[in-house]
Design a protein around this ligand. Structure first.
Ligand SMILES: [Zn+2]
Length: 266
């Protein structure tokens, strides 16, 4: 265990690229490419700093949000979808900009049968079993299935001066669908990365008909299949706009509880 921990930490390469043009398109399958940090988003850094076209050069699976916080982003099989707060799901053009996103190359790894999951905690427990390497790596996650119930939210576009994410989340539209086939897309991030991204599972839902989607809040899975893929490299692309340079990005317990409020819908 000690050996695998040491190997995991040694293998992780954290690249701090200060230019938004700094990440080249040639990233490997073992890389998670991230735009900005979840703690900057929490503080209201909502101006888009990278294009969807640039994200697609670095991955075929991912999640994030859009310029001005205009909806939830889902990158699935190389296509970027914008799940808006009015309930509409649109194909985002390559020119659309994002303030925060995580993407990776996932391809089509074999899916394992999950069976039924009574709630999101039960689903998480089954996904945990697909991460045998333990808690120190990043994982890309894909779940396909039929949902007896799925609850998700989106966020509406904001105007300046931008409110903090907790204020937006307190008014977020929540949607619920029954008997719907769809896909969950996202990541599991280790606890030590919680100032960069959400620790634990962060999943977005999109229906097979591409008409419903958003940030997952809860679900009952009738039947499903899943794949999780460990990632050893994190490439972090930090914004160079003034909002990011000027904002005070906190951490610690205050950020923890704010993130829980903003991302769990509670
Ligand atoms: Zn989300």
């Amino acid at each position: 265990m000690q050996r695998s921990l040491t190997a995991s930490l040694a293998a992780m390469v954290l690249l701090l690229a200060c230019s938004c043009a700094g990440l080249g398109p040639t990233v490997g399958r073992d890389t998670v490419s991230q735009t900005s940090t979840i703690t900057a988003l929490l503080e209201g850094c909502y101006d888009g700093v990278e294009t969807c076209g640039a994200l697609k050069e670095r991955g075929d699976l991912g999640i994030g949000t859009f310029d001005r916080l205009d909806g939830e982003m889902i990158l699935l099989d190389g296509a970027v979808y914008q799940a808006r707060a009015d309930g509409a799901v649109l194909r985002a053009p390559d020119s659309a900009r994002v303030p925060f996103a995580s993407v990776t190359r996932f391809g089509t790894p074999p899916m394992k049968v999950l069976g039924a999951c009574g709630d999101l905690d039960a689903l998480k427990a089954k996904l945990d079993a697909l991460r045998p390497e333990g808690g120190n790596l990043f994982y890309a996650i894909r779940v396909e299935g039929v949902f007896d119930r799925v609850k998700f939210r989106s966020v509406p576009a904001q105007t300046k001066p931008y409110p903090k994410l907790t204020e937006v989340a307190a008014r977020q539209p929540v949607f619920e669908k029954s008997g719907i086939r769809g896909t969950l897309v996202g990541f599991w991030c280790p606890e030590y990365a919680k100032t960069l991204n959400l620790a634990g599972y962060h999943l977005h839902f999109i229906s097979d008909d591409r008409k419903s989607g958003g940030h997952l809040l809860g679900c009952t899975l009738r039947e499903g299949w899943a794949a999780a893929e460990a990632k050893h490299e994190l490439r972090l692309n930090l914004p160079r706009n003034e909002a990011f340079l000027d904002v005070r990005i906190g951490g610690g317990a205050a950020a923890d509880s704010a993130l829980k409020a903003a991302e769990s819908g509670k």
